[in-house]
Design a protein around this ligand. Structure first.
Ligand code: SF4
Length: 166
């Protein structure tokens, strides 16, 4: 499994590099800071991410909170307890994201950061290409499942709250 965890971590490094650059470009708008956790929910993630977090928890256990259907079990006192190992979806929050929705390009942006904007304010240069990265992660996860002969389909997602007891 470790080969795929390394591939996943290389992918995450690329994500972090781009999100840092975009956060700098949009620094006048970004309100994201420690304590703002409106984005923290019980996400469903790919098995490669799930098992990477599971491994990190074996090495360094994290405090969790009561699980329910909505909130993330790793949010405690407004602080992410697995920040270094948080999944891809948690790393792009707050930025303007570009993705394809039923053959149309759509922009998604946090209302706290971008409350007044025109579509012309955004371009390929200052938005995060969510679909491109989603596709890359999909391929890493698919290879992870196949090579490790795991009993999942390439479309299966796992709930983060199930990491509670592991
Ligand atoms: S893993 Fe961390 S950043 Fe992601 S939803 Fe949970 S608390 Fe928030």
């Amino acid at each position: 499994m470790s080969y795929y965890f390394e591939r996943y971590q290389q992918f995450i490094s690329k994500v972090d590099e781009l999100t840092e650059k975009l956060s700098g470009l949009h620094k006048d708008h970004m309100q994201c800071r420690k304590g703002c956790d409106l984005c923290c929910m019980n996400y469903r993630i790919f098995p490669v991410e799930y098992f990477e977090i599971q491994q990190s928890l074996k090495e360094k256990p994290a405090q969790t909170t009561e699980s329910n259907d909505d909130s993330c079990i790793f949010l405690k006192d407004h602080v992410c307890q697995i920040y270094e190992h948080r999944p891809f979806i948690c790393r792009t929050h707050g930025l303007p994201l570009l993705y394809l929705n039923e053959e149309q390009w759509e922009l998604s942006a946090c209302e706290l950061n971008f409350n007044e904007f025109d579509d012309e304010d955004f371009s390929a240069e200052n938005t995060f290409p969510q679909d491109t990265f989603n596709s890359e992660l999909f391929q890493i996860n698919k290879a992870f499942i196949q090579e490790n002969e795991l009993d999942y389909s390439e479309f299966d997602l796992l709930e983060m709250k199930d990491l509670h007891q592991r």
